[in-house]
Design a binder for this molecule. Structure first.
Ligand code: SAM
Length: 288
């Protein structure tokens, strides 16, 4: 029988059997806590109807849990050394497909078309922290049909995705995530749930994609340019931020007038604006 990997004993056994060497550059920290694994799978709400994309299966720990709940699991792992291990640890599941690839190079839209009739897929991942933001934003911004993304991220990043104005963590990532999805923090996960132990705390966050964005914006790209400009220079006023942005080319006067037109105070800072405010601002600029 396949050893279930959600504990340190079986994990060590597999790692030793294959003389596995951890690659720091791939952010490899494998889960060794079955409670956390159960929580992830249940928060993702996976059923036998679901096609699940797993990013970075490692030695297949979470993959085993996902395979037991889903119709099909498609796992993308960048580290070639893990492929023979995954063949071994997943051999008893006939609904898992593993490919050796960098997720940033995978055409996920095509994947959903081929394996799920183009219907929304669920993404589950214990992500290497260095690519968390590009992966999540890439999934949302491309035309990939997504139902939800349930991911383990650095705790601080989970907080940033969740908060609103008036907190130090609020920023472009909060607004981008909340425009596309409803964030829900599933669990905080301490370093001792992983092998090797990461230096930072982690959290599992579920992002359930909105059917329709919570605000109406005529020009989405413009709104995100405004958002980035406002947070590039945190201590500056909104007007200065927009004026100094290399991505925008409005005159000082236009900026002042538009801010006024939206009913914002003259010296307001970007970090005080809600998603609704940014939508209003973007719409006011696009009317010009
Ligand atoms: N899912 C496993 C678990 O929970 O134990 C492993 C998680 S580990 C934090 C991250 C995994 O992602 C590693 O196996 C790493 O090799 C893989 N990985 C890193 N960068 C990747 C990329 N660009 N594309 C696909 N996999 C990647």
């Amino acid at each position: 029988a396949v050893p279930y990997l959600g504990n340190s004993k079986n994990t060590i056994e597999v790692l030793q059997k294959y003389d596995f060497v951890f690659q720091k550059k791939f952010g490899q920290n494998f889960l060794i806590d079955s409670h956390v694994l159960d929580k992830i799978v249940s928060a993702a709400g996976i059923t036998k109807d679901d096609f699940v994309l797993e990013i970075g299966p490692g030695i297949g720990t979470m993959t085993q849990y996902l395979a037991a709940s889903a119709r099909k699991v498609f796992a993308v792992e960048i580290d070639k050394a893990l492929i023979p291990i995954l063949e071994d640890t997943l051999k008893e599941f006939d609904n898992v497909q593993v490919i050796n690839q960098d997720i940033l190079k995978v055409d996920i839209k095509k994947l959903a078309e081929e394996h799920n009739d183009g219907k929304p897929i669920k993404v589950v991942a214990n992500l290497p922290y260095y690519i968390t933001t590009p992966i999540i934003m890439g999934l949302f911004e491309s035309q990939v049909p997504i139902d939800s993304i349930t991911v383990m991220v650095q705790k601080e990043v989970a907080d940033r995705m969740k908060v609103g104005p008036g907190t130090k963590d609020y920023g472009a990532l909060s607004l981008a995530v909340q425009y596309y999805a409803e964030p829900y923090i599933v669990a905080n996960v301490p370093p001792n749930c992983f092998m090797p132990r990461p230096k930072v705390g982690s959290a599992v966050i579920r992002l359930t994609r909105h059917e329709k964005p919570p605000v109406e914006v005529a020009d989405e790209k413009l709104m995100f340019r405004l958002i980035r400009a406002s947070f590039n220079q945190r201590r500056k006023t909104l007007a200065n931020g927009l004026n100094n942005s290399p991505e925008l080319s409005y005159s000082k006067e236009e900026i002042q007038q538009t801010i006024e037109k939206c009913g914002f105070k003259a010296g307001i800072r970007g970090e005080a604006l809600t998603l609704e405010d940014f939508a209003k601002l973007a719409n006011a600029f696009s009317e010009k």
